[in-house]
Design a protein around this ligand. Structure first.
Ligand code: SAH
Length: 297
């Protein structure tokens, strides 16, 4: 995979790619808001793997280009490249993450009426009171998972909680060898499947279920990423993190007792598993995510 976003031909007429069902009423969800970037945290333990390409990288790239050939979409191609350039200017350093953001056709993951905003660095509604995450937050979280890995080296086995429309899962598929993603809202799980089908991502598996329970049958994971904020990180996910693995999650911070008028805020939490019993936690910047909820609907 090249370190710079490849030039391909976007946009593809959306209906040519995904036969969409009538859209449910959309509800604006909560946008993710990135705060100032703190200094990088040195990796304590990493699962260093020999460099190897990710099979899906070429598959997604090839499919994205093929799917858009004839679409004459230089504008969208440029918009994606510009988005990656903006994220680089904003401090994202991992070239593999930037290349993935520059490759995944985000306009295919939002409803057609919002496609013109797809390459802005903004969260957008995807229905069911949920949002597609802000690209800068997607990039930042994945960069934190990959910290210390050279561009040529993929993450190994990644679990995502909160597939939503599938955008971040597609980005992850370009920076990891195997990706598993869980969604608790069935229509969103189905929508993600439909969105991802034309991209034919061989190293991504979508599951419908409660991500708070993780995916024990596929554990341990070298990285876990939560796209929704809980009061803390579910114990099952910590247990399913490989030793040396990293987990990144937005978590709610309760206001201090006796501080009336304060609202609950959230911050990113990076957890590194040092050994069987020890986890190292680093609190990072303030963020704003939709809530992590238990059960399925
Ligand atoms: N990854 C998405 C973000 C989707 S928003 C993207 O690419 O932009 C977060 C998602 O987390 C929502 O779809 C919500 O339904 C889901 N979610 C919340 N709690 C969950 C849980 N316990 N298990 C699985 N998904 C959950």
């Amino acid at each position: 995979m090249s370190p710079t976003p490849p030039r391909s031909k976007f946009p593809l007429p959306l209906d040519a790619v995904v036969q969409r069902k009538p859209e449910p009423a959309r509800t604006a969800g909560m946008p993710a808001v990135g705060a100032p970037r703190p200094a990088r945290v040195p990796a304590k333990v990493r699962d260093k793997q020999p460099s190897a390409p990710t099979p899906a990288a070429s598959a997604v790239e090839a499919r994205a280009s093929a799917a858009t050939a004839g679409g004459g979409g230089m504008a969208s191609d440029r918009a994606r490249g510009a988005l990656a350039a903006r994220l680089r200017a904003a401090g994202i350093r991992d070239e593999r993450v930037l290349a993935a953001i520059g490759t995944v056709p985000r306009h295919l993951f939002v409803e057609p009426g919002l496609a013109s905003q797809a390459y802005e660095d903004a969260a957008l509604p995807i229905g069911h009171q949920q949002t597609i995450s802000k690209p800068s937050v997607v990039a930042r979280m994945i960069e934190l998972l990959r910290e210390g890995l050279p561009a040529a080296t993929p993450l190994e086995r990644v679990l995502e909680i909160g597939t939503g429309c599938g955008y971040q899962a597609a980005v992850l598929s370009l920076v990891a060898r195997d990706v598993f993603s869980i969604e608790r809202i069935r229509p969103l799980h189905e929508q993600a499947k439909a969105n991802l089908r034309p991209l034919r991502v061989p190293n991504l598996r979508l599951h419908y279920g409660d991500g708070m329970l993780g995916l024990p049958q596929a554990a341990p994971f070298s990285a876990i990423i939560l796209a929704a904020a809980g009061m803390d990180v579910p114990q099952a996910l910590l247990e399913q993190l490989a030793i040396g693995g990293r987990l990144i999650a937005p978590v709610a911070l309760m206001p201090p007792p006796g501080a009336p008028g304060q609202t609950v805020t959230q911050q990113l939490l990076l957890i590194e598993r040092l050994n069987r019993h020890r986890f190292h936690r680093t609190a990072l910047e303030a963020v704003f995510f939709v809530p992590l909820k238990s059960g399925t609907i």
